[in-house]
Structures are given as structure tokens and as C-alpha cells.
Design a protein around this ligand. Structure first.
Ligand code: HEC
Length: 186
């Protein structure tokens, strides 16, 4: 009896130490960012909260529908935090999956639907400016594009030239195109 109590106490202390050291390391900022600021694709993002889809209109003459979709996901906790505060919390992840699309006559009409994945655009909120020397980080976010033929390595070299200029119209909303995400509206 006494012995089992001691074991329980030791287990508690060890548990507490593990938890506190985990929190203080750079890795605890985000499971998708290493201590140098390298970004990786969240494997389970399709189980996250779906925010919305952008349909890319086909540019071929005499054709209708979309030639691609951009589907955007975030963590469920980011959605609830944004609804409360109107801001993206530290560690918030936005994944924009690029998909090809096909258009067919279906019983509902001319319908476009998503087919293969071409890549993933990822933004990770950094409210503290952690990675000052890393060119994937700045203006409150980490930024990276991955193509589906090499999902382990980003093709982004410098977010200022590769990403930011195109997001200027959304600057007042923390660089995010909020109009496409009905679930984020208060
Ligand atoms: C050619 C312009 C352009 C470039 C370059 C660009 N973006 Fe975007 N991005 C947009 C637009 C416009 C949207 C919303 C509409 C859409 O998807 O077409 C968007 C949406 C996003 C979204 C979904 C959240 C949001 O802001 O609405 C993410 C994530 C994203 N971009 C990340 C990036 C990253 C990371 C880079 C650089 C690697 C990048 N983008 C480069 C124009 C661009």
C-alpha cells in the first residue's frame, strides 16, 4: 500500500516535469513547425474545419464550370477562437489545398467537381515574431507552398516575393481573404 503510494507520487512528479519542459520548448509552438521555422503539411488537415472553397472559372471558350478548386481548412480551435475574438490565435494554421476539377452534365445541371491535388498553400500564425532570420516568416505568419510531387519540401524561398504581394488586398484582415469563409463571419 505504502509502496504503491510512493510509486504514484513519483509518477506524478515525472509527469509534471515532462509537461512543463514540453511547454517551454520551441517545438510546442506548433506541431507543423520545427525549431528553425521549417514548415510541414499537417497530415490530418482534411479532418479539420472546412472554411470554404474558391472555384477557378475555366478560361476555355464555350466551356462552363470550374477548372480547379481551392479548398481551405483550419483547426477547429482556430475557428472557435476567431469567432470569439475576430483574430487568428498564435499557432492558427490555414491550409489551402489546390485541386484540379472536371465538369460534367449531371442530373443537377453542369457540375464541376474536384479531382487530383496539385499542392498546398500553408499559413501559420506567429503572434510573437519567432523566426526573424527565416525568409518564410514575417508580417505575423509563416508562409509555404508545397507541390504534390514533393510534399516533403516547400518550393517557397521568400514569402515577401512569393506570397505577400498577392495578399496585399487582404492586408486589413491580417492578410487573409475572409470573404470566402462564411463560417468565420460573426
Ligand atoms: C497570384 C497571387 C497569389 C500568390 C502568389 C499567393 N497567394 Fe495565397 N491567395 C491568393 C488569393 C487571391 C487567395 C484567395 C482566393 C483564391 O484562393 O484564389 C489566396 C488564399 C490563400 C490562403 C487561404 C487563406 C486566405 O488568405 O484566404 C492561403 C493559406 C494562402 N493563400 C497562402 C499563400 C502562401 C503561403 C503563398 C506563398 C507561398 C501564397 N498564398 C501566394 C493569392 C495569392
Amino acid at each position: 500500500m505504502k509502496r504503491s503510494l510512493v510509486i504514484a507520487a513519483v509518477a506524478l512528479v515525472v509527469g509534471a516535469i515532462t509537461v512543463s519542459s514540453g511547454n517551454s520548448s520551441a517545438e510546442s509552438f506548433s506541431p507543423y513547425v520545427d525549431d528553425k521555422g521549417n514548415i510541414s503539411i499537417p497530415k490530418d488537415f482534411r479532418n479539420w474545419q472546412f472554411l470554404g472553397s474558391w472555384g477557378v472559372a475555366t478560361d476555355e471558350d464555350n466551356k462552363v464550370g470550374s477548372k480547379g478548386f481551392h479548398n481551405v481548412f483550419t483547426q477547429p480551435e482556430t475557428l472557435s477562437a476567431f469567432r470569439k475574438t475576430g483574430k487568428f490565435p498564435d499557432g492558427a494554421v490555414l491550409v489551402k489545398e489546390l485541386l484540379k476539377a472536371k465538369t460534367e452534365s449531371m442530373t443537377t445541371g453542369e457540375i464541376s467537381y474536384a479531382t487530383e491535388t496539385e499542392g498546398w498553400f500553408i499559413m501559420i500564425k506567429d503572434a510573437e515574431g519567432r523566426f526573424k532570420d527565416n525568409k518564410l516568416w514575417g508580417d505575423g505568419w509563416g508562409w509555404a507552398l508545397f507541390k504534390s510531387d514533393n510534399p516533403g519540401k516547400t518550393v517557397t524561398e521568400d514569402y515577401k516575393t512569393d506570397c505577400l504581394t498577392c495578399h496585399v488586398p487582404a492586408r486589413k484582415d491580417d492578410w487573409v481573404y475572409l470573404r470566402g469563409y462564411p463560417g468565420l463571419k460573426k
